[in-house]
Design a protein. Structure first.
Ligand SMILES: Nc1ncnc2c1ncn2[C@@H]1O[C@H](COP(=O)(O)OP(=O)(O)OP(=O)(O)O)[C@@H](O)[C@H]1O
Length: 313
């Protein structure tokens, strides 16, 4: 069943980008980003993720097509659309001698917003930066600097936040902290678009997944539906005897004997009306092939992603 579409906060229509070198980084991209969602943009190196984000944020000019942000065109109404967007860039270029507070207040001013110390206090507290507000940015740890980048991006109260590889090179603990920060922002109604190489990151926090490859969006899907639709299930049975040949009654089943015939793996479609498990177990019993344990696994988003990108090649 198709989920009812929520209103879009960002509409990307037939967007193409060719760099002056002649390289076409985006090819007629169409993408509707729903208000209040977390969408993960997945793709291999050089797929066009940063280019797409950069066009939407007005950093790179499109060659063709249009982008509407919160009802306004990114070129005709650049200032207005940009003020609705916060961008956390990939590069950590925060070697500043300024304090956290000064930097974040200054960034807010750049967007023409009146000072609002109580908002900034709340923001810094939510990012666990309040204690560090008077510290010089260059003295902070890598993780703290990343939090400062998020604070800067949120300083002007944007409705939409782009995170370009938010957890690249950070440790597991900080990654989990980041995920909590992103979830909290969504609760506050901020729409979040993140690019990531870590598929488990998309699996963990995204509502929808968009896969981009060679400048083209090859799939946009609700994460849960995607995993149900494309995630094959496997039933694995630990046999108590070594089996060399499978009973003829199991012809047509997608079965594999591994571990020298002591394990049987059955791959099936979890969406199918009949998954065949009852019959499989029945045939094994009748054929006197006993097993001592069984478990099922579903393919991860990583496997689905690798398969999708491979099919496109
Ligand atoms: N200024 C530029 N001039 C020419 N080509 C560029 C320029 N910027 C990016 N490209 C090319 O466009 C393609 C898409 O790059 P982009 O940075 O958008 O990819 P990406 O998906 O973000 O990759 P990564 O995951 O490695 O960050 C790449 O082949 C890149 O080399």
């Amino acid at each position: 069943m198709q989920k009812k579409q929520k209103p879009s906060i960002v509409s990307v229509v037939n967007l193409s980008k060719s760099y002056p070198s002649g390289f076409q980084a985006l090819k007629k991209v169409n993408l509707e980003i729903e208000d209040g969602e977390i969408i993960a943009l997945l793709g291999p190196n050089g797929a066009g993720k940063t280019t797409l984000i950069s066009v939407i944020c007005g950093i790179v000019n499109p060659s063709d097509g249009s982008v509407i942000v919160d009802g306004k065109d990114i070129i005709a109404d650049f200032k207005e659309t940009r003020s609705r967007i916060g961008l956390v860039p990939q590069e950590l270029s925060v070697h500043s001698f300024e304090s956290v507070w000064t930097t974040v207040s200054f960034t807010r001013g750049l967007f023409g917003k009146a000072p609002n110390p109580s908002y900034l206090e709340k923001l810094l507290k939510s990012l666990s930066l309040w204690e560090k507000k008077d510290d010089m940015i260059m003295t902070l740890s890598g993780g703290m600097k990343r939090r400062v980048l998020i604070a800067k991006a949120l300083s002007h109260e944007p409705k939409i936040l782009f995170l370009d590889e938010p957890t690249a090179g950070v440790d597991v603990e900080l990654r989990k902290d980041m995920w909590n920060i992103v979830r909290d922002l969504r609760k506050q109604g901020v729409t979040i678009i993140l690019t990531t190489h870590y598929i488990e990151e998309a699996e963990e926090i995204a509502d929808r997944i968009a896969v981009i490859n060679k400048g083209e969006i090859i799939l946009v899907e609700d994460k849960k539906l995607l995993m149900q639709k494309l995630g094959k299930k496997q039933l694995s049975l630990d046999l108590t005897i070594e089996v060399k040949k499978l009973p003829a009654a199991l012809k047509g089943y997608e079965l594999e004997l591994v571990s020298g015939g002591k394990q049987l793996i059955y791959t099936y479609d979890p969406q199918a009306k009949e998954n065949g498990i009852t019959n499989l177990l029945d045939v094994l019993r009748k054929s006197k092939i006993p097993f001592k344990d069984l478990n099922t696994t579903q393919s991860s988003l990583e496997e689905i992603f690798v398969q999708l990108v491979k099919e496109e090649k």
